[in-house]
Design a protein around this ligand. Structure first.
Ligand code: HEM
Length: 181
């Protein structure tokens, strides 16, 4: 997974918990690269989960809950880092559809070797959208947090149903069905 996902996680730890915890995570995990993540570098998912384990233990926040919260945080960072993808967007379904159609192809130019998750969408009617998250990674809660933050950003009340079809722990196939109120 690309370094940006790791470095933003460490930023969140520092901002929302403490610099001490950030240092402790790096000390305990002892990665070869000393915790320096370049945005274009590729690092194993296991490193992300190992860091999340330390934070979860130290903060008493369930690991999956923490990854979900990180998804929400990461969304707010995408808004700051890539304002162009939010221009002229008024509806959460238009934005979610644009991730696969527009954002991913554009990000592929920045990160040609990235393993972006596939996020195909299907509009069932004007108030219901299905978005599938298919990834070689185990980050369902990250996707869930990103989807939830999208709905909040566009100020839409909704319910989200989660159908997890993954059969093994090393890949993910989940469908989120979003129903606007
Ligand atoms: C402006 C919007 C977005 C940008 C710029 C963006 C960009 C990225 C980038 C650069 C990565 C790292 C890819 C890699 O490591 O190979 C990534 C990963 C990911 N993205 Fe997005 N993304 C956006 C929106 C979303 C949304 C709305 C979702 C919600 C479903 C999403 C779900 C994910 C997940 C779950 C990952 C983790 C990697 C994985 O599962 O393999 N992204 N994204």
């Amino acid at each position: 997974m690309k370094g940006i996902v790791f470095s933003e996680f460490l930023e969140m730890i520092e901002n929302q918990f403490s610099l001490n915890l950030h240092h402790q995570v790096l000390r305990e995990c002892q990665f070869d690269h000393d915790g320096v993540y370049t945005p274009v570098g590729t690092y194993p998912y296991e490193e992300f989960l190992a860091m999340a384990d330390v934070v979860s233990r130290e903060t008493n926040i369930d690991q999956q809950k923490l990854i979900h919260v990180y998804g929400e945080y990461l969304f707010s960072r995408f808004v700051e880092l890539y304002p162009e993808f939010f221009e002229n967007m008024e509806h959460p379904f238009d934005f979610l559809e644009s991730v696969d159609k527009r954002i991913r192809p554009s990000m592929n130019q920045v990160y040609p070797d990235a393993d972006f998750p596939a996020l195909p969408c299907r509009r069932l009617d004007e108030k219901v959208l299905e978005i599938q998250y298919k990834s070689v990674g185990p980050l369902m809660e990250l996707a869930y947090g990103l989807v939830q933050a999208t709905l909040e950003y566009f100020r839409y009340e909704s319910s989200i149903e989660v159908d997890d079809k993954s059969t093994t722990g090393d890949h993910t196939d989940v469908t989120f069905t979003i129903r606007l109120e």
